[in-house]
Design a binder for this molecule. Structure first.
Ligand SMILES: NC(=O)c1ccc[n+]([C@@H]2O[C@H](COP(=O)([O-])OP(=O)(O)OC[C@H]3O[C@@H](n4cnc5c(N)ncnc54)[C@H](O)[C@@H]3O)[C@@H](O)[C@H]2O)c1
Ligand SMILES: CCCCC[C@H](O)/C=C/C=C/C=C/C=C/[C@@H](O)[C@@H](O)CCCC(=O)O
Length: 257
């Protein structure tokens, strides 16, 4: 399915998974606003994207998802520039067990802030045309990463928040679908920082290594493809897509009703 005429916002778009998502959405025809705090990486990516897709289809906005003011201004600018917003990927994340309050602030509060701001532009109840929001959690949102308890907590919270928002959206008539991306290990800067950023749990690096060996390293292309599937398949709402090297599947959750 082509995304021609669709407009996307991707946070943490300059590097790693966010960059791969951005590039795939552009390949499919969407216009993409790239939100990131890393100005240097963003500017060098923008040079590449301008050459490949022209200047009209991309917009870089220097935006820290920890800031309500910056995120509101960035979404407003994206909506004005492209004429509305159809797709939002709240992907920006950090892993640092030393500065764990920041890990909560970026990974959880940033996703909540991004989702609520997105709804102001996308909800059919506030004049939007509906759409889809994909929040990046992790395999660590489904099971424990022992060297990173706070990171694990934020990712479980993203899964729970996104599932609840999907149900809230359906019950309220927002016309916006919500799904969670749960990648296994992906070779990015965040992945490389595990030893230096595990804080008081750095002695558990071997346990992480065992998990890496068990789950393997998944390709960025497979992670971005999972996002595209959840964006384009209109039957997907409230799903969590697990994408590891060995397993690619929608997660089945226990039902309590
Ligand atoms: N790499 C993995 O193994 C892995 C696995 C599962 C989930 N994830 C999740 O995927 C997402 C992307 O991770 P990645 O591996 O691509 O990391 P990365 O470090 O390669 O890229 C993260 C991007 O987010 C940006 N960013 C960080 N803090 C920000 C903030 N406050 N506001 C705006 N932008 C910010 C960075 O500048 C960077 O461009 C994260 O949510 C991460 O938790 C990563
Ligand atoms: C080493 C760098 C850290 C990258 C962080 C990134 O988010 C990757 C996380 C990978 C997490 C692994 C979690 C492991 C969980 C297991 O304990 C298991 O319980 C998960 C089972 C999931 C399932 O089968 O539903």
């Amino acid at each position: 399915m082509s995304l021609n005429g669709k407009t996307a916002v991707v946070t943490g778009a300059a590097l790693g998974i966010g960059r791969a998502i951005t590039e795939l959405l552009l390949q499919q025809g969407a216009k993409v606003a790239l939100l990131d705090v890393n100005k240097t990486a963003s500017e060098s990516l923008m040079e590449v994207l301008h050459k490949q897709y022209g200047r009209e289809r991309t917009l870089f906005l220097n935006c820290d998802v920890e800031s309500e003011e910056q995120i509101k201004a960035a979404f407003q600018k994206a909506a004005e520039t492209f004429g509305g917003i159809d797709i939002v990927c709240n992907n920006a994340g950090v892993l640092n067990e030393d500065t764990w309050e920041k890990t909560v602030s970026v990974n959880l509060m940033g996703v909540i802030r991004g989702s609520y701001t997105a709804l102001e532009h996308m909800s059919k109840l506030s004049g939007g045309r509906g759409g889809v929001i994909i929040n990046t959690a992790s395999l660590a949102g489904l099971g424990p990463l022992p060297s990173c308890p706070v990171y694990t907590a934020t990712k479980h919270a993203v899964v729970g928040f996104t599932r609840a928002m999907a149900a809230a959206s359906t019950a309220s008539g927002y016309g916006v679908r919500f799904n969670t991306l749960c990648p296994g290990f992906v070779r990015t800067d965040l992945f490389s920082s595990i030893i230096s950023n595990s804080g008081r749990f750095s002695h558990l690096t071997d346990a992480t290594q065992q998990l890496v060996e068990h789950f393997g390293i998944v390709d960025l292309a497979d992670v971005a493809a999972a996002v595209l599937e959840m964006v384009t398949d209109e039957t997907k709402n409230g799903e969590a897509f697990l994408v590891s090297a060995k397993r690619k599947e929608y997660v089945r959750f226990a039902s309590f009703v």
